[in-house]
Design a protein around this ligand. Structure first.
Ligand code: MG
Length: 281
C-alpha cells in the first residue's frame, strides 16, 4: 500500500463512522470498519462484502470491536460500559471478540482495533490484573488468526498505556493513535503523547477536538472537524513522519445525526491531509 493512503472510519450495517457508500462517493481507498452486527458476521456475508469492496476498490485495513451496551454518552458512562472493563460482560465480550476475529480473518484483514475501556489505575488491584489477563487472552486468540490488536488511545495517559502494554507482554499488541481522544478525555498533549508511544503506533485516526471548558477527565471536550481543533494537523503529520509511521491516515468524524455535514467535513479533511502531505513529504 502507498504511504499515508487516506482512509475513513466506516460501518456497513451498524456502529460508528460513515456508511460505506460515503467512502466510495469520496473516492476513498481504505477504511477501518466498525464491526458489523452479529447476524451479519457469517462467511457468506464476508464474501458478499468483499465482492462489494472489490467493486468499490476499497481495502479494509482494520476491524474495530464494538459491543452491545457500550455508550459514549459521557466520560463516566464510557468508563462504566465500554470494552472489557465491565466484569459482568467481560467473558461474553471476549467470546464475541473471538467471533469478530474470525469474521475479520474471512475478510483477509490482519488488525483488530479496540477501545478496551479505561484501564484501572491501581496496578495491584484485582480489576487491573483481570484486564491484563483478558487482553492477553484476546491477543493469543488474535495471534492464532494471524492478527494484531491495536488499542485505541484516549482513556489513559501515554505513560499508563506504555505500562499496560508492557504488563500484557504480547508481541502482537500495538496502538491505534487517536490524537483527538487525548483532548476529549483530558489525557495529555497529543503530539507529546504520540512521540512517547511512537514505536507501537500501527494505525491512526485523523480526528480533532477542543478541550473541555469544564473539568478535564470528567467533562467531555468537543469533537470538531479535522484541522479545526487543538491537534494541529500539520504537526500531527510531521510527527507521524518523525516516528516512521507510513500506514493509512484514517479520518474519523462521528456526527451520524448529520450525514450531509459529515460527508462535507470528511471531504474537507481529505483535502487538508492531501495539502499537508504535498507540503511536508
Ligand atoms: Mg478514534
Amino acid at each position: 500500500m502507498e504511504k499515508w493512503t487516506v482512509g475513513v472510519f466506516a460501518s456497513i450495517d451498524a456502529g460508528l463512522g460513515v456508511n460505506l457508500d460515503v467512502a466510495r462517493d469520496l473516492g476513498i481507498k481504505t477504511i477501518q470498519l466498525h464491526t458489523p452486527s452479529k447476524k451479519s458476521r457469517t462467511p457468506e456475508n464476508a464474501k458478499l462484502f468483499l465482492d462489494k469492496l472489490n467493486d468499490y476498490g476499497i481495502e479494509v485495513t482494520c476491524v474495530f470491536l464494538g459491543f452491545e451496551g457500550e455508550s459514549y454518552a459521557s466520560i463516566q458512562i464510557t468508563a462504566e460500559t465500554v470494552g472489557f472493563v465491565p466484569a459482568a460482560t467481560r467473558q461474553s465480550r471476549l467470546a464475541e471478540a473471538r467471533e469478530i476475529s474470525d469474521f475479520t480473518k474471512w475478510l483477509g484483514v490482519q488488525a483488530i482495533g479496540s477501545h478496551i475501556g479505561f484501564v484501572p489505575h491501581d496496578k495491584e488491584s484485582e480489576d487491573y490484573k483481570a484486564m491484563v489477563a483478558a487482553i492477553q487472552e484476546l491477543c493469543d486468540y488474535l495471534k492464532s488468526n494471524g492478527q494484531n490488536l491495536h488499542l485505541e488511545t484516549g482513556q489513559e495517559k501515554a505513560e499508563a498505556l506504555l505500562e499496560f502494554l508492557s504488563d500484557v507482554q504480547r508481541d502482537n499488541i500495538f496502538i491505534n493513535f487517536d490524537p483527538a481522544n487525548l483532548i476529549l478525555y483530558g489525557m495529555g498533549d497529543p503530539i507529546g503523547s504520540l512521540k512517547k508511544v511512537g514505536k507501537y503506533v500501527r494505525s491512526v485516526h485523523c480526528k480533532d477536538a477542543k478541550s473541555t471548558s469544564g473539568t478535564p477527565g470528567v467533562d467531555w471536550g468537543c469533537e470538531v472537524p479535522f484541522g479545526q481543533g487543538e491537534v494541529n494537523a500539520e504537526l500531527f503529520l510531521k510527527t507521524l513522519k518523525e516516528i516512521g509511521f507510513d500506514g493509512p491516515l484514517t479520518i474519523e468524524r462521528e456526527i451520524p445525526e448529520e450525514p450531509e455535514r459529515q460527508k462535507k467535513e470528511i471531504q474537507q479533511a481529505l483535502d487538508l491531509i492531501e495539502s499537508i502531505k504535498t507540503k511536508i513529504s
